[in-house]
Design a protein around this ligand. Structure first.
Ligand code: MG
Length: 456
């Protein structure tokens, strides 16, 4: 059967693959799935978000669900509100960090976490088999407003950090929401934590005029320059819906997400030894090194934030993280949360009394190299099977959670079939650059040989 949900909800190009008409129809399927319950609905700052949200509201109400409109807000704010107000579920209109012509529909369960793959398939079945249950005229759901979720979210985050200690330090922080909805919560949170806040790109604009919405290091040179210019303690950039946070230290150096995550992990394990840390197999070995050094344990998942959230729920883990700047702080909520991540970093700076650059630079260092090998979708499974065979023959230690992650004493490589493109992705990591390049060369060659053998 055709799939509508990808790794992070339904995504498409507005008025091409994702029209208000489609949104209405999928919302009828979502409403049928929830069977007349109370659903919270919110959206990001994209140009198409209100139009799609009102179509979704109509679809949900027509099946008898009561819809609460939360308006425009960061994704983690809407997720938190679902849990806090005990809604039966939630829907968010967002395409996260995608280019401005995209949008998406994300469905949440009653704890604010994205529904499971199995539940997504149930909704798809209702959609494709036209099993939508439309309510009688007198059973159509109401559409109500819900105000104040951003304030409640900020208050909730503050309960997880030492507000007094942070306030004493009067940190100087530059915030770059990248014209996304991060502008609605993080600057306010930081002011309430006694910070002197400077903002750039903080006007919400669905065309993303200042920088691409994904907070990749190459998009953050303005932020780095402003951090230095105003002599800030650090800078932070969010993606379009503010669930991911990337940090710039006081020297203007931009750090990848797994380094800031490893810092949070280290301080967390110092306070909570023997806890389990959840992270995708694509994360740096740094996460494992820190866990080993500070008495924690790592559970690896498939690549994807929903997999991390569900694993955290399943094993009751309190901390998860991704290399792209997603940090999941379970005591608040087991989903990525940019503002919560920022508060955790402030808490660490206040507690240690040290600079962000010092704290990050003393973590173990790795060189990372990424690459890809083209492979038709229909051959991916066979190629992977044959790769497993070869690795067994070579007596190598490997993990099959998502593709093959091969561990060596000083390095590792992940060979993973892409879920969206006809390629295998390769992520090599080692203590020297030469070793990463060597691993990439070796495994590209191995995959090409396997492909040749199959097509013969
Ligand atoms: Mg996002």
């Amino acid at each position: 059967m055709r799939r509508l949900f990808g790794t992070n909800g339904i995504r498409g190009v507005v008025n091409k693959t994702l029209t208000p008409q489609f949104a209405l129809k999928i919302a009828e399927a979502i409403g049928t799935f929830f069977n007349g319950k109370e659903i919270l609905l919110g959206y990001d700052g994209r140009t198409s978000s209100p139009a799609l949200a009102f179509a979704v509201a109509s679809g949900l109400a027509s099946t008898g669900c009561t819809v609460y409109l939360a308006g425009m807000a960061p994704t983690p704010t809407i997720q938190y509100a679902v849990k806090k107000h005990r809604f039966d579920g939630g829907v968010i209109i967002t395409a996260s960090h995608n280019p401005p012509e995209y949008n998406g529909i994300k469905v949440l369960g009653n704890d604010g976490v994205e529904i499971s793959r199995r539940q997504e398939i149930e909704i798809e079945e209702i959609f494709f088999e036209e099993k939508q249950k439309r309510a009688e005229w007198n059973k159509i759901g109401e559409i109500r407003r819900l105000l104040g979720i951003i304030e409640e979210y900020i208050e909730a985050i503050k309960t997880h950090v030492n507000v007094e200690e942070i306030k004493k330090r009067s940190f100087r922080v530059v915030v770059d929401p990248g014209n996304g909805v991060g502008a609605l919560a993080a600057p306010q949170l930081l002011r309430e934590l006694g910070c002197k806040v400077f903002t750039i790109n903080a006007n919400i604009d669905g065309t993303f005029p200042s920088r691409p919405s994904e907070p990749k290091p190459e998009n953050l040179s303005d932020l780095a320059a402003v951090v230095k210019a105003v002599n800030a303690d650090f800078g932070v950039a969010y993606d379009g819906d503010a669930d991911r946070a990337i940090f710039v230290d006081e020297n203007g150096t931009i750090h990848w997400g797994d380094r800031t995550f490893a810092l949070i992990e280290k301080e967390f394990l110092k306070q909570n030894p023997r806890e389990t840390i959840v992270t995708p197999v694509s994360s740096s070995s740094l996460v494992k090194d820190i866990a080993e050094a500070y008495n924690g344990e790592v559970v690896w998942t498939k690549v994807g934030s929903v997999d991390v959230s569900h694993k955290m729920k399943e094993i009751n883990a309190k901390l998860g993280g991704e290399e792209n700047g997603g940090v999941f702080y379970g005591p608040h909520q087991p989903v990525r949360d940019g503002a919560m991540t920022t508060a955790l970093i402030l808490d660490i700076l206040a507690k240690t009394g040290r600079k962000l650059s010092e704290l990050l630079n003393e973590l173990p260092k790795y060189f990372i190299e990424k690459n890809k090998v083209e492979c038709p979708d229909e051959l991916k499974e066979k190629v992977l099977e044959m790769l497993y065979e070869e690795l067994k023959k070579e007596n190598l230690k490997f993990d099959t959670t998502d593709g093959a992650k091969i561990w060596f004493t000083d390095s590792s490589i992940l060979v993973r079939p892409s879920g969206t493109e006809p390629i295998f992705r390769l992520y090599a990591e080692a203590k020297t650059r030469e070793r990463t390049l060597e691993l990439i060369r070796q495994y590209k060659e191995k995959l090409s040989e396997i492909l040749k053998r199959i097509s013969r």
